[in-house]
Design a protein around this ligand. Structure first.
Ligand code: KG4
Ligand code: ZN
Length: 337
């Protein structure tokens, strides 16, 4: 039986966050995140085996805590939504196996969630009235795209990156600048004290309206830093960070707004780790305000990896009647569509 406001438990374990959350309809009841990021930072990035072990240790506690903090009992759960990809296989399997056994033992539906679709759906919890059509700016460690969400289950990709994702570029530039993992927030922090006056190439491919590219921008930053080093010139890292950040993010905001105006879409949302970036958030806010567009921006903690967004996307799939069976397997790569 399909309920109007089901209680859905979401489980996420695709990278270095072990997360569990409970929603009732579009209302978030609890949100628990355990992260192995501090341990991963020692190695400069995510070590898959360390992530898998950390998930194994944390998943049970995360789910129990999410159920307790939601003020429900395990028997109140109407469906279990879990990330089945994309991500690290070993890491995904921990959450997936847990979700399967729980759904099986409770005799409730299992819902397979594409992690990226989860990022897109975080906005549904930020505004319970959000209804398609609207545009989403999606920017994470693996994806960068502007999407036209036409209905709860249909969308069109209006623009996307042809190589690296925006988050990946932040992580690489962080490494060049000697900043620790995770790169994005550290580049942002450094950029706050810098001037965005160095001319780096725009992340929008020249002459294109639909293609972003981050590899050229990354190479330009590397060359700039190496040049300064070879000439023995002082390098103002804060200026490099600020200039990179502007070149990387300004075109994303500009194209999102241009598309909203030309399609006459009145609502814009954002999702993915890079949507936690203050420069991006502030310029989206300013541009949307200027053009009379409603902006729905999930809080930062729902932009980076979390299980609330997995439960939210689970609700969309639940309402569409898309349920998985016990043969569901983890997938390292899955296309956006
Ligand atoms: O969505 P996410 O948590 O994981 C997936 O890739 O699915 O995104 C992680 C990415 C990383 O590349 C990280 O550096 C970037 O999001 N990120 C940021 C910020 N916070 C996270 N990038 C720029 N500014 C931030 N404040
Ligand atoms: Zn993610």
């Amino acid at each position: 039986m399909i309920k109007e406001n089901p209680i859905i438990l979401g489980i996420e374990s695709s990278c270095d966050e072990t997360a569990a959350a409970v929603i009732r309809g579009r209302r978030l009841l609890s949100n628990v995140i355990f992260s192995s990021a501090t341990e991963q930072a020692k190695y400069g990035g995510v070590v898959p085996e360390i992530a898998s072990r950390a998930h194994t240790e944390a998943v049970d506690e995360a789910v129990v805590k999410a159920i307790r903090e939601a003020g429900i009992t395990v028997n109140d759960i109407d469906a279990v939504a879990v990330t089945y990809g994309a991500g690290l296989l070993g890491a995904l399997l921990v959450g997936l196996s847990f979700a399967k056994s729980l759904a099986y033992s409770l005799n409730v539906p299992l819902i397979a969630v594409n992690h990226i679709r989860g990022h897109m759906s975080a906005a549904y919890l930020a505004d319970e009235t959000l209804t398609p059509p609207y545009l989403t700016l999606l920017a994470s460690g693996g994806h960068t795209a502007i999407l036209h969400i036409k209905s709860f289950t249909e969308f069109e990709v209006l623009a996307s990156t042809s190589d690296d994702a925006a988050g990946e570029a932040f992580d690489k530039v962080a490494r060049i600048l000697g900043l620790p993992y995770p790169g994005g927030p550290n580049v942002q922090r450094l950029a706050e004290n810098g001037k965005a006056e160095i001319k780096f190439p725009s992340s929008l491919v020249r002459g294109s309206q639909t293609q972003f590219s981050y590899s050229g921008l990354k190479t330009a930053v590397i060359n700039f830093c190496h040049n300064a080093e070879q000439k023995g010139e002082p390098l103002n890292k804060a200026d490099v960070a600020a200039s990179f950040q502007k070149s990387a993010l300004e075109p994303l905001v500009k194209k999102t707004i241009e598309n909203a105006i030309s399609l006459n879409v009145k609502t814009v949302t954002a999702g993915g780790g890079v949507a936690a970036n203050d420069y991006l958030r502030n310029s989206l806010k300013a541009e949307c305000e200027k053009h009379g567009i409603k902006l729905i921006l999930p809080e930062k903690k729902y932009c980076t990896d979390n299980a609330a967004m997995i439960a939210a996307e689970g609700l969309i799939q639940y309402q569409a009647g898309n349920f998985a069976d016990m043969s569901l397997n983890a997938c390292a790569q899955i296309p956006l569509k």
